[in-house]
Design a protein around this ligand. Sequence first.
Ligand SMILES: NC(=O)c1ccc[n+]([C@@H]2O[C@H](COP(=O)([O-])OP(=O)(O)OC[C@H]3O[C@@H](n4cnc5c(N)ncnc54)[C@H](O)[C@@H]3O)[C@@H](O)[C@H]2O)c1
Length: 475
Amino acid sequence: MRFVPDRDALTVAVIGFGYVGSCVAATLAEREVDVIGIDTDARLIEQLGARECRFSEHGLPEMLFAGMDSGHLRVSTDMAKVREADVVLITVGTPVRDDGSLADGQLRDAALELSNHLRPGQLVVLKSTVPPGTTRSLFGPLLETGGLVAGRDFGLAFSPERLAEGTALKELRSFPMVTSGLTPDCVASVGELWRRTLDVPVLAMDTLEEAEIVKLASNWWIDLNIAMGNELAKLCGLYGADVLDVIKATNSIPKGTGNVNILLPSVGVGGSCLTKDPWMVWRTADEHDTRIQTAAAGRQVNAGMPYYSASLIFHELAKLGKDPSTSTVAVLGLAFKNDTGDLRATPTRGVIETLVANGTTVRLHDPLTDQEAAADVFGMELESSVDDAVRGADCIAVLALHHDFLDIDFAALPVAEPCLLFDGRAYYTKDKIAELQAAGYIYRGIGRGDTAAVARPQRRIGQEKSEGTGYREAS
Ligand SMILES: NC(=O)c1ccc[n+]([C@@H]2O[C@H](COP(=O)([O-])OP(=O)(O)OC[C@H]3O[C@@H](n4cnc5c(N)ncnc54)[C@H](O)[C@@H]3O)[C@@H](O)[C@H]2O)c1
């Protein structure tokens, strides 16, 4: 039995209208699919009704509101509305606990509530990231508590969402969709869904678990690869080598089906996925008495980068004869990546807390982040302009290079002399660095410039924290 009806017009319910759910829903509505977005967060639904969008994704508000205006997209808190849908997508949050295990509350609640409203013939597709085995052993059985049988009465599929913030809408229109299902009919149905709606290539996996692992493998790879970029940067720093030049040359040879592809180092990895999915991998394997060391190693390296960055700033200030405890650092860009205001698990927090813990005066500026969000995460107010943030500063730390920062005339800024320019994610070109130096700045990036003083303290192999630097890490 196919679980996607033959008729042209499909109705899709999206349960969990957060960041992913709203991107998927807006994209489907743009393709003239009728979408019902359902979320338990009444305030979110109210805001959308008032044409306010809380998610920072370029083009998303316009697409959501166009969908709502055309009538293709409706939003509600009422789960009973799923009865109108042919297909139900689940995009609720799946965070992990401190021990790496799935905090399955949202998933359980959504599945149990949905089970009360499921009707025969519907296709339910889980898109949230989950440990292998979750669709078959947890999600499906919870849906069956309503009396219908998965694979017989309703279709059960897992098709992970692999979009990345900042490029999500483009990726939804182009990335291949990985699919899997409880039965061959479920697999065929979810493949048909994506071909008919998004018109993207479909990669059908043999089992639900394979598809669950595919999603985790991509984020495990990305996080680990960034960790290698970060440790390569530390190595380059010992020799005054420019890590960007080293990576560019290293990545120039083919290997496997592509090239060597070391990713860029930075102040750290943030966002809600890369910081948790590798732990999901580690924990799942651990429950089966199998040690997955690379997932944990990548996390540990990347989690240490904010502290490493703060240590770099302290050492460079000390080289300028400045005591960090009486210095002022202006942080430009607070989000976990460039050109977004998203502060979820942002590594800039670790840098700022370490600076503050060592007595440094810190001022913050980010045009993409609002005061309320900044107060929540950093417990500090934002400066409203670059000039206000950098006035008299001993260091400007560019921790996220937003578009608005591209035109800053550094030579004209009212900073102290000399002033350190710390590059946490700007990847300034050599021409730009020369320009900054000509304007009187001392430039330091991660793996760019002589960082030997930071790397020199004795450490045990595998130990991440910079013991012996004399600086306190924020607790
Ligand atoms: N954020 C990303 O970049 C990204 C990318 C790919 C995959 N993912 C995965 O997608 C999933 C969703 O992530 P997100 O970033 O959109 O999370 P989110 O926290 O932004 O959204 C989750 C939404 O689900 C709602 N919700 C919770 N319980 C509910 C219930 N019982 N019924 C209805 N709604 C409920 C919440 O109110 C919230 O609005 C996660 O599994 C995540 O790992 C995220």
